[in-house]
Design a protein around this ligand. Structure first.
Ligand code: GAL
Length: 711
């Protein structure tokens, strides 16, 4: 007897050990939670009917410094996959190494930009050399986890949505993509290779989007021998600072999945199933620290209305999996203009999907019975009984998210002032001087968000004027003669176009006396971009700080510039081991709204078990650490930005005008008996307003599961 390959596929499905398998998968990115959270995430995933966990691999985090690898703690990919296996879950590994994913540089290490003659994601030898070196190393590392070696990994992805940039690189891009596929084959993984949205021969091409059924016909025409796999079903969306929180209803997510399976899809992966947190400085440009994504499991890893509503659907799909997978894709039977029935039937079983694609309710006949189909819904009818209605959420499934302040948690608040460049002791002046400003990343190597730019500004008489930074990114805080004077207008744009365009010019109205002034600009990077389209150039061109020039009204500032990468407090590790090296001041009532302040807040571990966050509503912008570990960037800028129009009627805006992100996740695992929360506050705020809160989900409230209140 021939032993079937561990994983293979045919036109209908992925086969695992020779068995057609319906893939119900959820994305959980291991660096976006802590290892102590993983078992519970896996348990809940299994309980909600997933049989697979998908993760990207984060090259940017595993190899932060060239040649220095880290697979410890949150980066313990091996343990993460082993845990999935222990919980009876398969794994889809999306290796990239370009992964997009709202992570710094789309998953590519920032040191790559310093490789001579490199261009990313096209037929460029320096890039391909580095990529191949990493991919071979990684695959050797995880090889025992491949299904072909008895492990849980059933599919591997290389590259990511090449289609989005294919036009930019033309034939060279296609040549690169073929090389990627050949690299994939040469790794001898013994499992199928997938490529999403843009594939080369040798890989299964998969789909991404809010809905995938509209892509099915084309997919079948392009790839008649491949199953329909949806690698990214977006159950919500990511948030960016300055824009509203994004939500998608559980009903619409369920509709999308049921509609896809009805029409013949046999693999779906929720991107994200658990979004988690962008710790440290790992978030891409503008991306909030929370990567909650309005995913079925919330940022703290708790279930939501969405996970419960989907769990019911999964259960039914698994019950009928065999029936679904053993037949050709059924032809739709029209029930109305935008209403269809898809039936899967054998001698013993039948499952019909009644689909209403219209934005209005409709009705149809099922045998003699008249059935109401809510707007945008799918009803699953099994052997004559309505088993599930995507538009109806069981009231008992409704969960609401709450933040309960922990009383009197904070016991001590102290501060230390980050000096302006001119106030730094001579011995700590690591300034670079040049006749022109020098681009920031070439100085910081992305090891800090910060860089000071200082020069002299001379005014002749004008009281009011405009300081313009031409060729600048991302946020500038302007100090004149040691005093805070202005900051960048918000919201910033996610897609800024070319470096010559208006999005890279910022202007500040200042009122200055005649004479010479000391101008110090604190440039704050808010993460690296994730794709070429964000700057209309190859990602390698990414820039921060001031690379152009500054103007006072119409006069270019011609004096010498002095650049100081990083903060003194960062260099001295005030958030951790270096804290004891300086004298922290007790907070007094005058100490509010002071820019450039390091704050330390001491608090005891809360008595209760559970998930905790810190409410930073009274602060403005900076970085935060818990017991020496960076919990991420914070920014309380109001969500005044317009939502993207292409997501209309799918993604809804919540929290308009309030800060995009107010609550910041404090992982349980990082809490101790006595804790120190350190903030570097760039602009000022009142640390007395900071509160520790417990995150809870309340069951069965009267809350109606609409897009306004579901979590
Ligand atoms: C996709 C991409 C993912 C992620 C997602 C949005 O296009 O493949 O990596 O960026 O969009 O969250």
């Amino acid at each position: 007897m021939e032993i079937p390959a561990a994983v293979s596929y045919d036109a209908r499905a992925i086969l695992i050990n020779g068995e057609r398998t319906l893939i119900v998968s959820g994305a959980i990115h291991y660096p976006r939670s802590t290892p102590a959270m993983w078992p519970e995430l896996m348990r809940q995933s299994k309980e909600a009917g997933l049989n697979t966990i998908e993760t990207y691999v984060f090259w940017n985090l595993h190899e932060r410094e060239q040649g220095v690898f880290d697979f410890s703690d949150r980066l313990n990919l091996f343990y993460f996959c082993e845990l999935a296996e222990q919980y009876g879950l398969h794994v889809i590994l999306r290796i990239g190494p370009y992964i997009c994913a709202e992570t710094n540089y789309g998953g590519l290490p920032s040191w790559l930009r310093e490789v001579p003659s490199i261009a990313f994601r096209t037929y460029n030898q320096p890039f391909m050399r580095e990529m191949e070196r990493w991919v071979r190393f990684l695959v050797d590392y995880i090889r025992p986890l491949l299904a072909s070696h008895g492990g849980p990994i059933i599919l591997a992805q290389l590259e990511n949505e090449y289609e989005n940039i294919a036009r930019r690189y033309g034939a060279e891009g296609q040549r690169y993509l073929r090389w990627v596929s050949e690299l994939g084959q040469s790794l001898n993984m013994g499992i199928p290779l997938v490529m999403c949205v843009g594939a080369a021969e040798g890989a299964i091409e998969t789909m991404n989007g809010f809905y995938a059924h509209p892509m099915l016909e084309q997919h079948a025409l392009n790839h008649p021998d491949q199953p329909a796999i949806w690698t990214e079903d977006w159950p919500g969306w990511y948030d960016t600072f300055g824009y509203p929180h994004h939500i998608r209803t559980p009903q619409d997510v369920a509709y999308g999945v049921a509609r896809f399976i009805a029409a013949g899809g046999t693999g779906v992966n929720y991107y994200m199933w658990h979004g988690g947190t962008n710790f440290g400085r790992e978030a891409m440009y503008l991306q909030t620290t929370s990567y909650d994504f309005n995913a079925p499991l919330n940022e703290s890893g708790q279930p939501t209305t969405k996970s419960r509503h989907l769990a019911d659907l999964h259960q039914i799909l698994h019950r009928y999996a065999r029936l679904l997978l053993e037949q050709e894709r059924p032809q739709p039977q029209p029930l109305g203009e935008q209403q269809w029935a898809y039936t899967y039937a054998s001698e013993t079983q039948a499952l019909t999907f009644l689909c209403n694609d219209a934005p209005l309710p409709a009705s149809c006949l099922l045998g003699e019975e008249k059935i109401e189909l809510p707007a945008h819904s799918v009803l699953l009818v099994g052997d004559g009984t309505i088993l599930y209605n995507t538009a109806e959420v069981d009231a008992a499934h409704t969960l609401q998210l709450t933040y309960q302040p922990v009383e009197q948690a904070i016991t001590r608040t102290t501060w230390y002032a980050e000096p302006l460049p001119t106030q730094r002791p001579d011995a700590l002046q690591y300034a670079v001087t040049a006749p022109r400003p020098v681009e920031q990343l070439s100085l910081t190597h992305d090891r800090s968000d910060y860089c000071w730019y200082s020069t002299t500004l001379s005014t002749s008489g004008e009281a009011e004027g405009t300081l313009s930074l031409i060729g600048f990114a991302d946020v500038a805080h302007i100090f004149v003669d040691g005093q805070f004077a202005a900051t960048s207008p918000t919201p910033l744009l996610e897609g800024r176009g070319s470096f010559e365009g208006p999005a890279f010019t910022q202007s500040f109205n200042l009122s200055l006396a005649a004479g010479q002034h000391e101008l110090s600009i604190l440039s704050c990077a808010v993460g690296l971009i994730k794709g070429d389209w964000m700057i209309d150039a190859n990602m390698v061109e990414e820039r921060k700080g001031l690379w152009g020039h500054a103007r006072w009204n119409s006069t270019v500032l011609e004096g010498e510039w002095s650049m100081l990468p990083g903060l003194l407090g960062e260099q001295g590790a005030l958030f951790g081991a270096g804290s004891a090296l300086v004298t922290w001041q007790q907070k007094s009532s005058e100490d509010i709204n002071q820019p450039l302040r390091w704050w330390q807040l001491a608090f005891r571990r809360p008595q209760s078990e559970g998930a905790f966050v810190v409410d930073l509503n009274g602060m403005q912008k900076g970085l935060a650490w818990l017991n020496g570990r960076c919990i991420g960037r914070y920014w309380l800028t109001p969500a005044t930005g317009e939502p993207e129009s292409w997501q209309k009627n799918i993604i809804f805006a919540q929290n308009t005008d309030a800060p995009t992100q107010r609550y910041y996740h404090l992982p349980q695992e990082w809490l101790q008996e006595e804790n120190i929360l350190t903030l570097f506050e760039e602009l000022g705020g009142d640390p007395d307003t900071i509160a520790l809160c417990q995150v809870e989900t309340i069951t069965g409230t009267q809350a109606h599961p609409s897009q306004d209140d579901q979590e």
